[in-house]
Design a protein around this ligand. Structure first.
Ligand code: ADP
Length: 648
């Protein structure tokens, strides 16, 4: 079993440490390569990194050699430092007078031996010390050895004495460090010639040092060089691996972001195509529907027998259903695209609630359901918000409540809580409760999804499309609230939400005064109807006449411009899409020809719901924009709001 020192010596001799260092470095490189390979990051390992690895490996090996040599030289110098002094002392004590072969009884020999013993004791780490000469037979012989203090058996020169020992006998100081047996107690030697009185070399002094000092110091020097290089290599490999992995991750992220962007662009394009499709389709559906509903309306006011009246009622009912379906789909697509802009107008929620209940009271009466309204506040609460959308949500919820209730009551609650922050802000809580069929617990969470119906078998019985609640949820969200439902199957349901509002007039305060309409007209207001479709012109003509207006008809933009330049109208109803001159151009021409200070209200009537239509109308000089099919009641109110009651 070789000793540790022997293993260390073998390492130094065969440069096993350098081999281990290079192998470890290359293994580290390979390991890192495999690691980045699993993330496909190998192409991110730069050539510079590979070059640096090679340089550090080479530099480590060279540095180990260089530092070992440096250490050897400095060790040789320091271990040889004692030799000249001791050699001089031995010469002074008369070593040259000791005869050959030496006798232990010789006095000089004894004196020198005892001095050597003393030196050996005092000079740690000196391991061995003796003087030697060439015997007459040519072999080397020990002359003096330390007495008492010797720490080992006399050197027997059993093997051929190394050349350096003889070299010292011809006058050259040598240092012998070729360690052949590290187990020897002294393995490196400082050899100094001894001279007699005439200056002739008569013997040599050998000072031996333990192999451990020598091997340990050299191994330590190499370990520092190789360890430092290994550390640098480790840091380099770790950072290169980290950088490669990060770069690969960044690349993956960038790729994901690119894919997402592509997907989003594709989705946006698809969405935009969907909107365009819906706009065109609704235009195509609304135009004929407008005529169907209008004429059904007119027909219902003529003399009809009972079955004819039923037919007309069916046409009107189905027309309303179709129209509300188209409106629902368009509303949803507008909301989902973020195109729905909420108005901010003063309105009285209690009044809206009354209007909704009035609107739906017929259906409740038919089903013998009690329709109730409970407001926690008394007097007029006016808030700033979007009355139309608030109305739409209430209609949907109360309509559903009546639809899914066969007996009992539907109650609409309004509850106002002012904020105690010194402002007029507050929260309006709205609840619609019914005693109807209720909703199964597992259906509640999906209720607000598009086209979702809790029980499809109900569709056949109650009708509906499953869009109402989806729209309500989005509208309530846009108004700043969240709609929630609580229900027990078979016992009824309650839909509730809370909206933040700023109050314009609080309960108890006087409401805004209603503008008084006083009319002193002598003649009915004259309205110019511009539409290229004869049915539409005819419908509007009948409607206007019936409501006390005096209509005039133009079948295209050019004719309208010509008529407007000759006559004065109280308002112009302008279709947008016409084959000759379209509504936008016609309006611009009418406005250009108007005398200063004069402004004829022009209202656009169109079946188009394409994005930005209203803005385009206003930009062309129109005053308002209405979509077909027309809600005749609203249309009349709007028309009246534009006509000066006092002007003739
Ligand atoms: P529609 O009523 O047109 O089917 P909605 O989106 O308004 O569409 O309603 C979706 C579904 O939610 C209805 O089909 C019904 O199953 C359920 N629902 C809505 N309101 C009530 C209610 N008050 N009571 C019981 N079920 C309801």
């Amino acid at each position: 079993m070789p000793s540790f020192l022997e293993v260390l010596d073998a390492c130094l001799r065969f440069r096993l440490d350098a081999v281990a260092f290079a192998a470890l470095g290359l293994a580290g490189c390979y390991g890192c390569w495999l690691m980045v390979g699993c993330r496909h990051a190998q192409r991110d390992v730069s050539k510079a990194t590979c070059g640096l690895v090679a340089i550090i490996l080479l530099a480590g090996l060279l540095a180990a050699e260089w530092i070992q040599n440096q250490r050897r030289e400095s060790l040789t110098a320091s271990l040889s430092a004692l030799s000249p002094t001791l050699a001089h002392e031995i010469e002074r004590m008369g070593h040259a007078n000791i005869p050959t072969p030496a006798s232990p009884n010789d006095q000089t020999n004894q004196a020198i031996s005892s001095a050597e013993g003393e030196w050996l004791r005092l000079n740690h780490p000196l391991a061995r010390l003796f003087t030697y000469r060439v015997a007459p037979n040519g072999t080397l012989q020990v002359v003096t050895e330390p007495s008492g203090g010797d720490r080992g058996a006399p050197l027997a020169f059993t093997r051929a004495a190394p050349a350096d020992f003889r070299q010292a006998l011809i006058g050259e100081a040598r240092f012998y460090s070729k360690i052949e047996h590290p187990a020897d107690r002294a393995s490196v030697w400082s050899l100094t010639p001894l001279h007699d009185a005439s200056g002739r070399v008569e013997a040599a002094l050998a000072l031996g040092y333990p192999a451990g000092i020598w091997i340990g110091a050299l191994a330590e020097a190499r370990a520092i060089a190789l360890g430092g290089a290994a550390f640098l290599l480790g840091v380099l490999l770790a950072s290169a691996t980290l950088v490669a992995l990060m770069r690969s991750e960044i690349r993956e992220h960038a790729e994901t972001a690119r894919q997402l962007h592509l997907a989003k662009t594709a989705a946006d394009e698809a969405n935009s195509a969907k909107s365009d499709f819906l706009a065109v389709m609704s235009h195509e559906i609304r135009t004929p529907l407008n005529a169907v509903m209008g004429f059904a309306n007119l027909l219902s006011e003529t003399k009809l027998d009972d079955s004819q009246r039923d037919y007309v009622a069916t046409i009107t009912g189905e027309g309303i259903r179709l129209s509300s379906l188209v409106n629902d789909i368009l509303d949803l697509s507008k909301i989902d695209e973020g195109r729905l802009v909420m108005e901010r107008l003063p309105f009285a929620p209690a009044e809206t609630a009354h209007e909704v209940l009035r609107l739906l009271s017929g259906r409740a009466l038919e089903k013998k359901i009690d329709l109730r309204f409970e407001a926690q506040f008394a007097g007029p609460l006016l808030v700033a918000g979007d009355p139309l959308r608030f109305h739409q949500v209430l209609v949907n919820l109360v309509d559903n409540a009546i639809k899914f209730t066969s007996q009992g009551a539907v109650t609409l609650f309004l509850h106002w809580t002012p904020l105690e922050d010194g402002t007029t802000h507050g929260h309006l809580r709205v609840r619609v409760r019914d005693t109807g069929i209720g909703i199964a617990a597992d259906k509640v969470k999906d209720l607000f999804q598009k086209f979702m119906q809790a029980d499809t078998s109900m569709t056949r019985r109650y009708g509906g499309t499953g869009l109402g609640l989806a729209i309500c949820q989005r509208l309530v969200g846009l108004m700043g609230g969240e709609i929630k439902v609580t229900s027990t199957k078979g016992e009824g349901a309650e839909f509730a939400f809370t909206l933040p509002f700023a109050a314009v007039a609080l309960p108890g305060e006087p409401a805004l005064p209603e503008p008084e309409a006083v009319g002193t007209r002598a003649k009915p207001p004259r309205i110019l109807v511009v539409d290229d479709m004869e049915t539409n012109r005819f419908l509007l003509e009948v409607f206007l006449r019936r409501n006390g207006f005096e209509p005039e008809l133009a079948s295209g933009g050019a004719e309208a411009v010509e008529l407007a330049s000759r006559k004065q109208y109280d308002a112009i109803l302008m279709d947008l899409h016409m084959p000759d001159v379209d509504g936008f151009t016609a309006t611009q021409r009418i406005r250009a020809a108007e005398p200063p200070g004069h402004h004829t209200p022009i209202i656009a009537l169109t079946a188009s719901i394409a994005k930005g239509t209203r803005e385009k109308c206003l930009a062309a000089g129109m005053d308002e924009h209405l979509t077909k099919p027309l809600d005749l009641r609203k249309f009349k109110a709007l028309l009246n709001s534009f006509i000066d009651p006092n002007e003739t």
